[in-house]
Design a protein around this ligand. Structure first.
Ligand code: ATP
Ligand code: MG
Length: 401
């Protein structure tokens, strides 16, 4: 509907001093890349504190194009909000004329549903040569708007309006935009170092990945299965969720590792109540090897304090001690409902909420220890023949997808 560009705003990037340009470039590259993955390609540019998307020939976007773009921008970290916009000459007459042309079309849709519609006009001016200040621009545009729309059915609401007309007057051009859609916020993926996630296919670990990506870290995924004790469905489900997570970044690698030989040894040589802790320590060590190989500097799990026996503080400490690597646990203070709400929002809940056998429960004891100390667990590991060799073997034979 008459829009020839998309205006994207960022927030946290704007607080970055000398590094700001690096973050901006990263964001532009990511938008481009996620567009390509979604099957389209538009020029994306940085324009003084904003990101700017136009068609090559300055042509108008159609409704479907706007919808597809919006879908991608809503999962591009670093974007605070975005709006469809029209690029115009920086002249008050031109802006007013455009508002008069657009407003009847925009409000008609709302009038069909509501007897009264709230609206607001927002203006910003970076062009200090422009004869009017922001407040005056707002007043002029609001007058233009009410001159073409039934005023009795309109109410101004500056805080929360159904319709926002916005305007940015810049040096070379002015922009008229309609409404604002929220982006995911955060920092562009790739602006920070990468992490390797322990990725189970449960509800928690995809949310933990989302939160880490949101801070700019690309994420690769390591998933453990226990073939033939866990079925094909277990790994199929994990692949589906990893694919989904890659909608938010350029493309993380998935490593599928068969843990079963290690689990058998834990079963045969160690005290049953410590099995889960021993599995987790093994998983961290294998993930660490993969992280080192691919120059990732942190590991990442979906642990939350107190959720299950292996997530008491004591057991987390014991598990952590298995690796010198930084272990991120972005869900540490969240309860299950908070995590589920995010999972629903990002589209992983339905994928995760399919019950398939999990690697962790293979040979799992009826009673798992809620307490442990590092010395006891190290003594348990010392009972396992070729402990280190078997972990190396599992890491090296990981199936890379
Ligand atoms: P759920 O939503 O069922 O809690 P979860 O993924 O959090 O799923 P937990 O048993 O709570 O499962 O495991 C805690 C963390 O340990 C996971 O978030 C994940 O990081 C790691 N983990 C558990 N099982 C696996 C596995 N099979 N492969 C990789 N990582 C795993
Ligand atoms: Mg969990």
């Amino acid at each position: 509907m008459m829009f020839n560009s998309i205006l994207c705003r960022y927030h946290e990037i704007a607080t970055k001093g000398n590094n700001r340009i690096m973050f901006e470039r990263c964001l532009v590259d990511n938008i481009h890349c996620l567009f390509k993955k979604a099957g389209f390609d538009y020029p994306v540019r940085r324009v003084r504190g904003r990101i700017w998307i136009e068609k090559k020939d300055g042509a108008l976007f159609d409704a479907e194009e706007l919808m597809n773009i919006s879908e991608v921008l809503q999962r591009t970290f670093g974007i605070e909000s975005f709006s469809p916009a029209i690029k115009l000459e920086p002249s008050m007459d031109v802006l007013e004329a455009k508002v008069k042309e657009l407003a009847p079309v925009v409000f008609e849709e709302f009038f069909q549903k509501y007897s009264n519609v709230t609206f607001r006009v927002r203006a910003r001016r970076s062009n200090k040569q422009f004869p009017l200040c922001s407040k005056d621009i707002e007043i002029r545009l609001a007058d233009a708007l009410t001159s073409v729309v039934d005023e009795d059915r309109l109410t101004v609401n500056l805080d929360e309006a159904m319709v926002t007309f916005g305007c940015e007057v810049r040096d070379e051009f002015a922009l008229l935009f309609l409404n604002e859609t929220k982006g995911p916020g955060g920092l562009p993926v790739g602006s920070n170092e990468g992490a390797v996630a322990l990725f189970s296919g449960g509800i928690d670990s995809p949310v933990a990945c989302y939160m880490t990506m949101k801070r700019g870290c690309p994420v690769d995924f390591v998933a453990f299965h226990s073939n033939p004790y866990t079925p094909q469905e277990t790994t199929d489900k994990i692949k589906r969720i990893a694919d989904h997570m890659n909608l938010f970044q350029r493309g993380g690698k998935l490593f599928l590792c068969n843990l079963v030989e290690f689990q058998k040894r834990v079963r045969d040589y160690c005290t049953p109540k410590y099995r889960t802790i021993l599995y987790r320590r093994g998983m961290l060590r294998i993930a660490e090897k993969i992280a080192n190989k691919y120059h990732r500097i942190a590991l990442l799990t979906g642990d939350s304090v107190g959720q299950v026996a292996s997530q008491t503080l004591q057991n987390m400490r014991t598990i952590d001690a298995a690796t010198p690597m930084l272990v991120l646990r972005p869900l540490v203070g969240m309860d299950k409902m908070e995590t589920i709400r995010i999972a629903e929002k990002i589209g992983t809940f339905a994928l995760s909420n399919v019950q398939v056998p999990d690697s962790c429960t293979v040979f799992s004891p009826s009673q798992a220890a809620t307490t442990s100390d590092i010395a006891t667990i190290e003594a348990e590991e010392a009972l396992i023949p070729d402990y280190e060799a078997i972990l190396t073997e599992i890491a090296e034979s990981a199936e890379k997808i």
